[in-house]
Ligand binder design. Sequence first.
Ligand code: MSP
Length: 638
Amino acid sequence: MREKAYVTTPIYYVNDVPHIGHAYTTIIADTMARYYRLKGYETFFLTGTDEHGQKIEEAAKIRNRTPQDYADEISGKFRSLWDEFEISYDKFIRTTDEEHKIGVQKAFKTMYDNGDIYKGHYEGHYCVSCETFFTDTQLIDENLCPDCGKETRIVKEESYFFRLSNYQEKLLQWYEDDEKCVLPKGKKSEVISFVKQGLRDLSITRTSFDWGVKLPPEINDPKHVMYVWLDALLNYITALGYGTDQKNMTYWPATVQLVGKDILRFHAIYWPAFLLSLGLPLPKHIAAHGWWTRNGEKMSKSKGNVVNPKEVADAYGLENFRYFMLREVPFGQDGDFSQKALIDRINSDLSNELGNLLNRIIGMSGKYSAFGISSKNVWHYHEKEITNVMEHLRQAENNLNDLQTNRFLEELWKALTIANQSITIYEPWVKMKNGENDFALATVAMVANILAKVAILLHPVMPKTTHKIAEALHFSINHDAYVTFIENNGLLEDFTIQKVPPLFPKVEAELLKAPEPTPAKEAKKEEVKDTAISIDQFFETKLKVGTIIEAVAVPKSKKLLQLQVDLGEEKPRQIIAGIKEYYKPEDLINTQITVVANLKPAKILGLLSEGMLLAAKDANGLTLIRPETPKDNGSSVG
Ligand code: MSP
């Protein structure tokens, strides 16, 4: 029987249109699904939309629409973008699908019958935006959500609870037994320490709104609807027919479940606990990726800087964009989108190193052998190169199996470097002149074989481009090719090369306009200019003197430094400041600055920033505003 693979993306909320973050998750998952198919696994790839809950109900309400009508529209947008992007999903699930709702009720009933669900009351701080309750100690500034920074509401209601606390030990055992159950490693440690702090039972129903799956009819409690995360997480099995026709449940457990780091807790703690309660096996890998920013800044609708994946793909080419996203960021870390970085990748990695290699093979074979390529002497002259290449390809696959997409591509590019360098080292043109034709032609054939092998493994990332390479080299990319050229390290049969137009024309300039400030933002600027403030208004801003006691660069950011500032309080404040271009971290230690001390905390590149420092900027650069002579930390300014 063929091995099975099941790959999932999170299901996307329908309160927002698709952006680069959604595209990133989906493209990694698509790459994994295509890779498993290449390896010959019977593969099922699931994506879809998450359509219930208060957030969606409210988003529909402000637009004067019914939640269903609104969800239909946005779900359609996700689906058509994935279709345009040729995402190879096997099923697109919607949580408003009838079969899903039946499956969710079945799961609820099973957990209830197992004694894992009981009725009680819940009172707590609820963040509508994240659809999550938080405890007092988790909140920032007493009522702000620790995940998104928005205000939470106090909610008290009757609720059914899931006995999450019963699963603490079993979960810890799973993390210990299964080294790669949560990837990457660093994220796994975060999950373990969270669980070790103790798990409280989870409220899994709501009475405060209607837009959700009702409880199973047997429980007969119509005022409750299910907590959106319970409903949503179960999609991964209802999509396989759990609770209905069961027919695809043979794909369970999932091979890889892709998630963003913000929703790892739900997937690495709640989800396996639900599965344990249902008596189902646990997924093989829950893999959490980092977040994308744009030019070093968090993306948001109000800033008008959200990267629209369709615009980028239309301007730069879908497969170039796929390559860029997977190559640019170490899996699990945050990444920055800039057109400059994308152009660099296209011009150097793709055009110079990959595209040019094909051009050189076409050029040399045209000159020396009327485009004929024969592998017959490759082992004889180039065993070393082929063996090294196979080592890199094996390492590449190991990395991909661990979701390390950037390292996977790096290894493939190391193989390309061997090919490119061999041309320089062996100089086939000199050998042709000296009458060493066999050697020269073996070098050209060796390089063509390396390109063929790399194209096979690159296929999941760049399906169409690699088909073009294969066409030129007279073979087809499919499972058989994987077995022949990768598993068995075979070489291409003799063939005549087919000329193809250059695969990666150089990009000379940025193709997308920089984001314009939104009109709302402009209007706000005007308003500020014309309005004088009173002294009281001024004193609403608390300015304080502080000393920088630690300063380090924020990784991957050109602008940001991470500072620890002593404001004479119990513990230092962390401030993320955009001053890296003007100050070296080591020069800032033990210097004093002025800080806006009562700003709402914000997350910048995933780091909490608990204040803002004052600086003046003109054409000559930026300078920090500091007291003329040292002042006690915490001294107020005004
Ligand atoms: N509906 C839930 C998931 C339920 S899964 C059972 C949800 N939806 S979401 O639409 O808000 O987010 C979906 C995914 O997009 C998450 O994995 C999230 O991490 C990812 N991203 C959203 N913004 C992102 C970036 N700026 N960068 C990278 N990924 C980000 O959460």
